[in-house]
Design a protein around this ligand. Structure first.
Ligand code: CA
Length: 424
């Protein structure tokens, strides 16, 4: 049955873009950065099994967005900096070039590169990175484990999108190996802390919002939504044992600084418009500044696959971005209440996206309930990540006969480096 609210497939002369299963139909046009062999990285848009090289389109004058080149640098910050009208004009231009029957097909065809031949890079220069804690099921699950069901949600949780300022330097692109961190922990049965490899290393399934416009001072939820350029899948790798020892009173620090993996493709907000949906019913009224003028979440189905070093992938979680209690627009608005300047290329992590069911939990600590109820994988019981594990996040919004996907967001866990002698 077709959903009348959701647009149908826009047909392209790139045949593979017309498949109902591709992440990258003409409706999507996500933004990435790629390189071929030893060549310098350049900007491109995914279409079916190909990437349209927009850096070369611009340098040859086929795409003209500004007096100064926009794609001479290998990240999308320059386009973002031009603002929403330029984003829309860019999409219109690319859509026209790739649509079925396009008059420019013969000019554009030479600028297609097969995705299978390229290396993908970080799509943006990440200015700053903030991570939130806006999934209620996740907050309830983790809070229950840490403080008991009665005190699971802190008293501020239903009033404020809680977050912490992370490190832009931790952000890596999908496919980058992640090294198990060393850190200080205090095992429950120990009287004093110890130093060594994290033994409770975890992933967190999140969506990242990319801020595409600079703002100075307090902005509304509606303005915040206008300032978001697009979304990526995001894995906030987390060392639970380090986190448990360090998090009070200022929140996570080294437990979240190892790596944050994002998908190589930014799905522009415009591609997600047909899938807008409201945040869940408020349990307590929000203060006026945080109320949303319209639907600000998106119906994006998400899943997590775990592949052990020897073995096949098991899908360990299935959930939806629509589960979030706060939208990225609310988070961005709240971020600016202090007068905090937001920059082009700021990355805002949604917080772990867990659903109400056990199978919809977005981290190992929830799936294994702190290690008390291990998952059953073909390789045996499993509570946290083991060396050699690959975590793959996938996400897509489904239209009539097409989907808007992000491409996989993967990372493999490498063993910790030895503790240096001087640290023993
Ligand atoms: Ca997180």
């Amino acid at each position: 049955m077709t959903n009348p609210k959701v647009a149908t497939l826009l047909k392209s002369w790139v045949e593979s873009a017309n498949s109902a299963t591709t992440d990258f139909p003409l409706n999507n046009l996500p933004c990435g950065v790629f390189s071929l062999g030893d060549e310098d990285p350049r900007c491109g848009v995914a279409i079916g099994d190909f990437i349209l090289d927009v850096t070369s389109l611009e340098s040859e004058g086929i795409l003209d967005l500004s007096d100064d080149p926009v794609f001479a640098v290998p990240f999308w910050n320059e386009l973002m900096d031009l603002g929403p009208e330029a984003w829309a004009y860019f999409r219109d231009q690319i859509t026209e070039m790739l649509a079925e029957g396009a008059s420019k097909r013969w000019v554009v065809e030479d600028h297609l590169v097969p995705i299978k031949d390229v290396t993908l890079h970080l799509p943006i220069m990440v200015s700053e990175y903030t991570d939130f804690y806006a999934g209620k099921h996740h907050a309830m699950n983790v809070g229950t484990m840490m403080r008991g069901a009665e005190n699971a949600l802190p008293p501020n949780w239903l009033h404020i999108p809680i977050g912490y300022n992370g490190r832009a330097s931790s952000v890596v692109v999908s496919g980058t190996d992640v090294r198990r961190p060393l850190g200080q922990t205090k095992p429950a049965d120990a009287t004093s802390p110890i130093f060594g490899p994290s033994r409770r290393f975890d992933f967190e399934l999140e969506l990242g919002a990319i801020v595409g416009r600079m703002s100075e001072g307090f902005i509304s939820v509606a303005e915040a939504d206008d300032n978001i350029f697009g979304y990526v899948l995001l894995n906030d790798w987390s060392a639970r044992d380090i986190q448990g020892w360090e998090y009070q009173p200022l929140g996570p620090f080294q437990s979240k600084a190892t790596a944050t993996t994002i998908s190589p493709w930014i799905v522009m907000k415009a591609a997600l418009e047909p899938f807008r949906t409201s945040t869940p019913a408020r349990e307590l009224p929000l203060l006026p500044y945080l109320r949303e003028p319209g639907p600000m979440l998106y119906d994006i189905a998400l899943e997590v696959g775990l592949t052990p070093e020897t073995g096949t992938e098991t899908i360990i979680s299935r959930t939806n971005y629509a589960q979030m209690y706060y939208s990225a627009a609310q988070q961005l608005c709240h971020h600016t209440t202090s007068g905090c300047r937001m920059n082009v290329g700021d990355l805002l992590g949604s917080g772990t996206i867990s659903g109400p069911e056990k199978s919809a939990r977005g981290s190992m600590i929830e799936l294994s309930w702190g290690g008390k109820e291990p998952l059953t994988l073909p390789t045996g019981p499993r509570s946290f990540l083991e060396d050699g594990d690959t975590i793959t996040l996938r996400g897509a919004a489904s239209g009539n006969g097409y989907k808007i996907g992000f491409g996989p967001c993967t990372g493999r866990l490498l063993p910790a480096l030895p503790v240096p002698d001087w640290a023993k």
